[in-house]
Each structure stands twice: as C-alpha cells, then as structure tokens.
Design a protein around this ligand. Sequence first.
Ligand SMILES: [Fe+2]
Length: 363
Amino acid sequence: MRLVSIGNCFPGMVVGKPIYTELGSVLIASGVTLTVAMINRLQQRNVSVLYIHDDLTDDLEIEDSVPIELRAEANIRIKETFDELLKGNRRDGRRIKHFNIERIQSVLDSLLKEVQRTKNVSRLLSDVYIHDDYTYTHCTNVTIYTLAMAMELKMTRKEITMVGMGAMLHDIGKIHIPKEILNKNGQLTSEEFDQIKKHPEFGWEILRNEPSVHTISANCAYQHHEKLDGTGYPRGLKGNEISPFARHLAVADVFDALTSNRSYRNAMLPHDAMEILYAGTHSQFDPYYLKAFQKAVATYPVGVTVTLSTGETAVVTEYKFNVPDRPTVRVIKDPYGNKLNKPYEIALSNQLNITITGCEAIL
Ligand SMILES: [Fe+2]
C-alpha cells in the first residue's frame, strides 16, 4: 500500500484505506476499484491523496496515524465552537453566552490518546485528506503537532491540556475577520493584512473572559504570532516576554501553514518547511521547541510516495528521526514513469547526492 496524490490515480487502482468526508462518513470503502467517475468525485470533494494497493509496496506495514474519523470530529467540534462563539460574542467585547468547553475538551483528550499511541511507532501524517475549510483543519493539525511535541518534552498532563486547548482555539479571533479577507485568492493588501493581524487580540478578548479556559490557553491565542526578536504581532514581544506555551505553539502553527496548500501559494515540502523554521532559530523560533518538533513529527512517514532528484518515483519504507529529510525509500518507477520489475531500496542517509524533490502527501 502506498499514499498517492489524486492526480496520479488511475481507473483500475484499488483503494487501500477508506476515504472519509469531513463529517466522518465513508466516501469510498477500502478494496473498491477506482473508476473515472469516482476519481472525479474525489477531486470535486478536495481529496488530495489516498492509499492504494500496489504490488510493489503491499508488504509495507503502514501504521494508522491519528484516524481520519477523529480528525474529522475535531474539525467539526472546532467549527461548532467557533460558530457558537461568533453568535455569543460581539466585537465590542460584549458577551451573550459562554461556550461549552466539554465539547472540545473530550476531542482534545481523544487526540492526546491517539498521539500517545502513535508516538510509540513514531509517525504522524503531515496532512489531512479532506477539508472544506482550511481554518478548522489547520487548528486540528496544529493541535496534533503541539500534543506530539508536548509528549516529546514530557510535559505534565496539566500543561499538555493548557497548550492543547490553546492550539485548538489559537485562531478563534478569526471569527471577527471578514471571510473575504481570510479566503482571498492572491496577495493581501497592507490594509487587509492589518485586519488579519488583529485576530490574536480578538482571540485573547474572547478567551480571557471564558471561565473554563485557562489564561495560559488564552495567552496562546494572544501570542502565537509573536517572534523572539520582537518583529511579530500584535505587541512585538521579545524572547522570554513571550509565554513558553506560545513559543511551543508557534512552531507547529508555522509548519502547518507552510506545508498546506493555500489559495495564494502551493504547499512546501516538509523538509523545506523545516529548513525555513531552522533559518528562523533565535530570531523567530525557540530552538528548544524546534528540536522537539523535529523529534516528534515524522515528516516523511512510511508509505508516502516521493519523487527523487533522479526523476524516479519511490515510496518511503523507513523513517529516521535523526535525519528526517533522508528516509530509506523503495524506487518503484524509472524517471519516465515506467514501473520497475525489480524495485530497489536506497538509504538516502547514505546517498547524499540524491534528494527528495516532491512528496505526494502535500500535493
Ligand atoms: Fe493565527
């Protein structure tokens, strides 16, 4: 089984793992043979990648990462909370009603359980398959990364809950930003960007008055765009003025933003995104949390199809956390796209002249 992008799916391929809608129902079951109509339907539903059976890789053990059903449920609960808060909070800060924290608390607990489970097998997918609205998917992804980092750092249960809740709600202030600006195709004007920059403060205003939300979680919303050198927003805080929880969250937030397709730019390869993060060590990101991220999140999990600098197509067979951009891969197609009769493996950690130039999980 391997993960392929929808653009590389052809009629006759057999689905390896079920595909779910954002609401958690099965769109296509595993074992189904794809038809042109199905592929079109998947494309219409924004499915970007799926697992297919493939005789060259069917021996690969692909451990389940955080299940899609649970990701879908997290998206729904986050959306409900955002909607509820939009109804219950006016922009002038006047509150009509508080929100139901149990709704997201229970989904946070389930995500934590899954992350604890998958932590042992050291893998997390770096993308979700179906999403209609990037805001909620982004919050779910950031929460999963944040929890994985927290496990790596051996944080206490109380700290994990605070930073996890902060991650789920970090962009809540966007409910007061016009949708036309949030979903705009193309570059934002400086006036529009000034509007976007208000969301951390709006988030803080909403959350600090919620009795069920810890101030530390509210602070995550307030400070997640601050940078160590003081060039962030909204207050231009520096170094230790920024809460450690917000510094933790900032790494997960930027990684997910860089590796996701947005209306105005294509997703970056995970290792390129990591390089951008490392380039910002000390000026933007706290190296302590960057290291934790790198140790906790497998950027090229087993089963992901990649393109090599040689033009060949390969599938990741072994991931190494100490050299995250250099997994071991099995070459299955030559540079012309012809399937190999005898696939062979390359340990990219030993073959430094060959690099990964494409990854189907983020197309
Ligand atoms: Fe944000």
